[in-house]
Design a protein around this ligand. Structure first.
Ligand code: AP5
Ligand code: MG
Length: 212
């Protein structure tokens, strides 16, 4: 089933559940999922030129410079222009303006979550090294703390999921990314969703927004 709202942006603070929702949404809609964080972590793992430059910013919880990010996503967005779900992009007004020129978006879903719950969730997050499945030791625990229940892969903690870095990521979000709430609201594209609900309740709300 293809969604009517085909070019979708997931906005929200770190740990709001963008990646968790994105995996479910693409299964339900066939949209192409593009997570700039996942692409960057892959570049870092492969020690590419971009990865070597991005690594320091990511470890500190700072944004990677706009020019590098825009160059990185342009081709991917162009080739998915029929239907995409962006997760973690755009993150600045400059990125949003570049996106508007590449492929204008149809709908922006803003998942809201307060800072204290972000810290709680991210310090308990584990991610499968093999299949990328996202777990939480508090809310969505694997059977074994270090093994993926789905594929048997090893569960890792992200380098930037340390309390001090999480706090900085939230500050950076408030300073650089939260202005996109007004930006998309003025363009009548914004839909708020309460991220403190269960994953299933959030997914139902998002699917309703996408089929409006
Ligand atoms: P990125 O990877 O995008 O990280 P982020 O925005 O900080 O978001 P997260 O991936 O941490 O959280 P999420 O919202 O996906 O939550 P998740 O579903 O995992 O970016 C990393 C870095 O890359 C940036 O800091 C920056 O350096 C760089 N970067 C990336 N994009 C960039 C850009 N465009 N420009 C510049 N730099 C860029 O869920 C979190 C946890 O909560 C999990 O444990 C999950 O199981 C749990 N959970 C999810 N939903 C629920 C629920 N409803 N109830 C209970 N628990 C839940
Ligand atoms: Mg994510």
């Amino acid at each position: 089933m293809m969604s009517k709202k085909m070019r979708v942006v997931l906005l929200g603070p770190p740990g709001a559940g963008k990646g968790t929702q994105a995996k479910q949404i693409v299964e339900n809609t066939g949209l192409v999922h593009l997570s700039t964080g996942d692409v960057l972590r892959d570049e870092v793992a492969r020690a590419t030129e971009l990865g070597k430059t991005a690594k320091g910013y990511m470890e500190r919880g700072e944004l990677v410079p706009d020019g590098l990010i825009i160059d990185m996503v342009r081709g991917r967005i162009e080739s998915a222009a029929a239907g995409f779900l962006l997760d973690g992009f755009p993150r600045t007004v400059e990125q949003a303006e570049a996106l508007a020129k590449i492929a204008p978006v149809d709908v922006v879903v803003n998942i809201q979550l307060a800072r204290d719950e972000v810290v709680r969730r991210l310090t308990a997050r584990r991610v499968c090294e093999g299949c990328g499945k996202i777990y939480n030791l508090l809310y969505n625990a694997p059977e074994d703390k270090s093994t993926c229940s789905a594929c048997g892969g090893k569960l890792l903690q992200r380098d930037d999921d340390r309390q001090d870095v999480i706090e900085n990521r939230y500050d950076v979000y408030e300073r650089s990314t939260a202005p996109l709430i007004d930006y998309y609201s003025e363009r009548q594209l914004l839909h708020d969703v309460d991220g403190a609900q269960s994953s299933q309740a959030i997914l139902s709300e998002i699917m309703a927004i996408l089929s409006e």
